[in-house]
Ligand binder design. Structure first.
Ligand code: BEZ
Ligand code: FE
Length: 287
C-alpha cells in the first residue's frame, strides 16, 4: 500500500475491511467510505476544517446522555432523519415523520373518548379518525400511541422538576370495532428543538431557526401491518414551510374546525370539545 495516493486510497481502505462481499454491512461501509472520500476530495478539505468537523462530533458526544441524543438531533436538522422516513414509507400508507426525543414506550392505556388535557389551558379539541390498511379495510384493535406538547409548547416530560407528570399528554388507545379512535386534548404550540449545544451552534452559524411546526406525535400499530411513526400538523399554523427538522408533509396537515352546538358524536367523550380535527391512518402490510 506504499504507492497509495489520493485517488487510490478509497479502494485501499475498502479492501482492508474483509467483511463478506455482498453483505449489507459491507455495502453500507464501502459506500460510506466512498462518499466520505469523495466529499473530502471535492471540497479539498483543509486540516483546520477537518479538525473542526471532528471536534464538532466530539462535542455532540460530550453533551449526549440517554435523554439527550445530540447525534439524532444533528440527523434531524440535516434532514437525514426525514430522508430515512421518506425512503421507508410504503406506497399508499401514511407518510412517516420524526419520532423526536420525547417518546415513552410505556404510556398509559386509556379508554377511547378519554380527555388528555387534564384541565390545561387551551381549547378542548377532539382528535378522531380511523385506522385502515392500504386496501381500505378498517383495523379494529389497532393501537394508537400518541404524545404531544402542551399549549405553551412544552412536553410534560421536560417539566418534571416543576412537578409535571412525565406521562401527561400521552396515551395508548385501542381502536374500536370499526378501527376508529377518538379522544380529546389541547392543541400543542410550536416549540424549539434544543439549541443550547453544538447543533444549536450549527443552526446559528447557518442562520437557521430552531422552531418546529406544532404537531401531535403518533405510532400506529396493527397486527400483520408495518407500524408507522408519524406526526399530524394543523393547517394555517406557523413553521409548516420551515420546520427545523423537515417533518412536515402535505399529507400530514389537517384542519382544526370549530365544533358547532348542533354537532353530535356517535361515541362517548369525557369532555365536550370546542374544536375537532380528523385524521385517518393507513398501514401497509408487513414485509
Ligand atoms: C419533537 O418533535 O419532539 C422533536 C423532534 C426533533 C428534535 C427535537 C424534538
Ligand atoms: Fe414533538
Amino acid at each position: 500500500m506504499r504507492d497509495v495516493n489520493q485517488f487510490t486510497i478509497t479502494e485501499a481502505v475498502q479492501k482492508t475491511f474483509r467483511a463478506e462481499e455482498g453483505t449489507r454491512f459491507k455495502f453500507l461501509l464501502d459506500s460510506f467510505i466512498e462518499h466520505l472520500h469523495d466529499y473530502t476530495r471535492e471540497t479539498q478539505l483543509t486540516h483546520d476544517e477537518w479538525i473542526t468537523i471532528l471536534n464538532f462530533l466530539y462535542d455532540c458526544g460530550k453533551i449526549s446522555t440517554p435523554e439527550r441524543h445530540e447525534f439524532i438531533l444533528l440527523s434531524d436538522v440535516l434532514g437525514f432523519s426525514a430522508l430515512v422516513d421518506m425512503i421507508n414509507t410504503r406506497g399508499g400508507a401514511t407518510e412517516g415523520s420524526n419520532l423526536g426525543p420525547f417518546y415513552l414506550d410505556d404510556a398509559p392505556q386509556m379508554e377511547l373518548g378519554a380527555d388528555l388535557s387534564g384541565e390545561r389551558e387551551g381549547a378542548v379539541v377532539l382528535v378522531h379518525g380511523q385506522v385502515r390498511d392500504t386496501l381500505g379495510n378498517p383495523q379494529p384493535g389497532a393501537i394508537v400511541d400518541t404524545w404531544q406538547a402542551d399549549s405553551s409548547g412544552t412536553y410534560p416530560i421536560q417539566e418534571q422538576e416543576r412537578g409535571q407528570d412525565k406521562y401527561d399528554l400521552r396515551a395508548k388507545f385501542t381502536a374500536d370495532d370499526q378501527g376508529r379512535y377518538y379522544y380529546t386534548t389541547v392543541l400543542p404550540k410550536p416549540y424549539t428543538v434544543p439549541y443550547d449545544g453544538p447543533v444549536g451552534e450549527l443552526l446559528r452559524a447557518g442562520d437557521r431557526h430552531a422552531w418546529r411546526a406544532a404537531h401531535l406525535h403518533f405510532i400506529i400499530r396493527a397486527e400483520g401491518m408495518r407500524p408507522i411513526t408519524t406526526e399530524v400538523f394543523f393547517e394555517n399554523t406557523e413553521y409548516l414551510d420551515n420546520d427545523a427538522v423537515f417533518g412536515v408533509r402535505k399529507s400530514l396537515i389537517t384542519a382544526v374546525k370549530p365544533v358547532k352546538k348542533s354537532d353530535s358524536f356517535d361515541y362517548p367523550l369525557e369532555r365536550r370539545p370546542d374544536a375537532q380535527l380528523a385524521y385517518d391512518f393507513v398501514l401497509a402490510p408487513e414485509g
